[in-house]
Ligand binder design. Structure first.
Ligand SMILES: Nc1ncnc2c1ncn2[C@@H]1O[C@H](COP(=O)(O)OP(=O)(O)OP(=O)(O)O)[C@@H](O)[C@H]1O
Ligand SMILES: [Mg+2]
Length: 259
């Protein structure tokens, strides 16, 4: 228990949670090989908010799948909280993933046949918490995303933005060390997308470590650190002065200049 909400706001520890050490992911396609990740190395520390950006096909999802311990590198090493993922059995890996990581996807990935409360509780059922602890965590997470009054709704009775907030509550409920969000605003209109982004930024300010994958540079500009992929290579890793997300919305009826 405890959970991310107990971290001090703005506190950045030196603890490395995610480390890519010369990671390659290579797909053999007949005679050709696709280097989806090509000697990628970086570290992410507890308390960071990092945007991972790049064009379609640059390797973002491949990178996210390895970070999420859903896939293994072809070569090189991936460490999650200091543990090399390649050394785990499948059962150990499932337990470690469930305890360490919260996932947010573009399409929310909520189960349609169970209600909001049950969706948020689902990952906790695979942890060894008591029913009372689970209930406390679910109610806290739903409160945190502002959906306490929707907990008996079914997913299809919610707006897209609300469904994404449910999926953020589900990611948050277990008190993960890292939240991995792959295009979390991709299915939403720009204003609703900004609201979801603002929620992620608030969660970061409360001490959560967040990795946000996006192909959208305007979304990425809200992050204090931007990792940029191109053709499987990490072409930049830069600190950024984040603007508030709302400031990134084009003013109504104004020409938007594309640099
Ligand atoms: N299972 C696979 N087999 C072969 N090639 C693959 C496989 N998965 C991904 N690739 C290739 O690896 C490269 C990186 O793909 P990836 O899905 O990581 O890109 P992405 O940056 O997430 O793109 P998008 O923004 O379109 O989601 C692409 O060239 C893709 O075609
Ligand atoms: Mg992708």
């Amino acid at each position: 228990m405890g959970g991310a909400q107990m971290n001090k706001p703005g506190f950045l520890s030196t603890e490395v949670l995610i480390e890519f050490d010369h990671v390659y992911k290579i797909y053999e396609m007949g005679d050709a090989e696709v280097r989806a990740l090509d000697h990628v190395s970086f570290q992410i520390r507890r308390g960071e908010f990092v945007a991972l950006v790049g064009q379609s096909g640059s390797g973002k999802s491949t990178c996210m799948n390895i970070m999420g311990a859903l896939d293994l590198p072809t070569a090189g090493r991936y460490y999650l909280a200091g543990q090399e993922i390649g050394s785990f059995s499948d059962d150990e890996l499932a337990e470690f993933r469930n305890r360490m990581l919260g996932f947010v996807f573009q399409q929310y990935n909520l189960l349609a046949r169970i209600n909001v409360y049950e969706n948020v509780e689902l990952p906790l059922i695979y942890s060894n918490r008591t029913a009372a602890e689970r209930r406390e965590r679910v109610l806290w997470a739903l409160e945190r995303v502002g959906l306490t009054d929707r907990m008996r709704h079914m997913p299809n009775q919610l707006s897209g933005g609300q469904q994404q907030r449910v999926s953020i509550a589900r990611a948050l409920a277990g008190g993960p060390s890292v939240i991995l969000a792959d295009e979390p605003t991709g299915a939403l209109d720009s204003r609703t997308g900004i609201e979801v982004l603002e929620l992620l930024l608030e969660l970061h300010a409360e001490g959560n470590t967040i990795v946000l994958v996006t192909h959208n540079n305007d979304i990425a500009k809200s992050a204090p650190r931007i990792l940029r992929l191109a053709d499987g290579r990490l072409i930049s890793d830069a600190a950024n002065q984040p603007a508030t997300p709302a400031a990134r919305l084009p003013a109504p009826a104004e020409e938007v200049s594309v640099p």
